[in-house]
Design a protein. Structure first.
Length: 369
């Protein structure tokens, strides 16, 4: 017997998908403008004065509380998977700060007159499954009747103050690492258009539900200078954030960037999320392509909105062996090759280069992703 709503496609009830729902960077800056002076609190270590992934509050005894929230409309049709993806994406912000999640509460908006309540229950079950994997309780939440389905979590975490990683503290000469391939926004769009294969659907869902728990371990590495997770603004947008807020520019080695299998094939069919163009319009003027880069392809891949994308972090070259060992130990051996380098501030914020080329071993790693 089919489950209630088994044939319902959740993505048909949402205008945008996953982290592609994010408000455009330029528009967001307008929204955040304020003349209100907030009370000074020296215990607030990280607030909304920067573009960091979460707020951080000093608890005393060299320990800090990390607080974040993230929610969006469906990026997949399956309700259970939607809950898993949204939960993993919200928890990622704690990992991106170098912290350990300890608790989550749910944020649910459901069009009860359009979609069966049983599907909302499946969304929550998916979130519980991911929270269990992360070792935290889904301890409560709040729900409202909405015109479109919306789900996410508010997540709390803990971290030693010395291990907190921010996105504005990169150093000139640091290497740039990325822990997941990009292109999942393209596969999600292909699914919504019914042109994705079953293998591509499974591959994208697996990536979007994989926790970025390596962030807690990276937080303890002194040589890791800055960190964030790649989400709705795409790889290019989040690297622009790191570089600009650190007073630097960045080189991005295009042929070293891992791309999820199937994304390039769909690009050839002009399958591109609408948010890709929105992202590019927001920061494209800050990016320069050197000769040898496939600009048309890069234009579609680098701003591709990721949902629960990988961690993007910078690290001192002196710590490269330790970082590579740590990544390999945690099942991330495909991502030990740096994808860029932080450089002195130049005319452009990000310079996309075709070189240096990949070694034979590195090429094999990239083909396996």
């Amino acid at each position: 017997m089919e489950a209630p709503g088994a044939k319902i496609k959740l993505t048909e009830f949402s205008r945008s998908a996953g982290c592609g729902c994010k408000i455009a960077p330029a528009v967001l800056q307008e929204i955040l403008k304020t003349n209100t002076v907030q009370p000074f609190n020296n215990a607030l270590l990280v607030g909304n004065a920067t573009n960091d992934d979460a707020a951080v509050y000093d608890l005393g005894n060299n320990s800090a509380l990390i607080s974040t929230t993230d929610f969006f409309m469906p990026i997949v049709d399956d309700a259970y998977d939607f809950g898993r993806i949204a939960a993993a994406n919200a928890i990622s912000d704690v990992y991106a700060m170098g912290g350990r999640p300890i608790m989550a509460v749910a944020i649910l908006g459901w069009p009860v007159e359009k979609l069966p309540v049983a599907l909302a229950q499946q969304v929550l079950e998916g979130a519980r499954a991911v929270c269990t994997t992360a070792g935290i309780p889904l301890a409560g939440g709040h729900s409202i009747d909405t015109t479109e389905p919306v789900f996410g979590l508010a997540v709390s975490g803990l971290c030693d103050i010395a291990h907190i990683k921010r996105n504005n503290t990169a150093h000139e000469g640091d290497l740039v690492f990325l822990t997941k391939p990009i292109g999942v926004g393209i596969l999600a769009t292909a699914q919504k258009r019914d042109v994705a294969s079953e293998g591509e659907r499974v591959r994208a869902t697996e990536q979007m539900t994989t926790l970025n728990r390596i962030g807690e371990a990276l937080g303890k590495v002194a040589g890791v200078s800055a960190m964030t997770d790649v989400t709705g603004f795409g790889l290019a947008g989040h690297l622009v954030e790191i570089a600009e807020s650190s007073g630097l520019s960045a080189e991005l080695y295009y042929n070293k960037i891992p791309v999820i299998k199937g994304a390039r094939e769909h690009l050839a069919q002009r399958v591109v999320p609408d948010a890709t163009y929105r992202n590019w319009n927001g920061y494209g003027s800050k990016i320069h392509f050197e000769p040898g880069v496939d600009v048309m392809e890069a234009f579609s891949l680098l701003p591709d909105p990721q949902t629960n994308g990988g961690l993007l972090f910078t690290a001192s070259p002196a710590f490269e062996p330790e970082i590579k060992h740590l990544l390999a130990q945690n099942g991330l051996g495909d991502f030990v090759v740096p994808v860029g380098r932080m450089i002195a501030k130049g005319e452009k914020v990000v310079v996309v280069k075709p070189l240096p080329g990949l070694s034979e071993g590195e090429e094999m790693l990239r083909k396996s992703v």
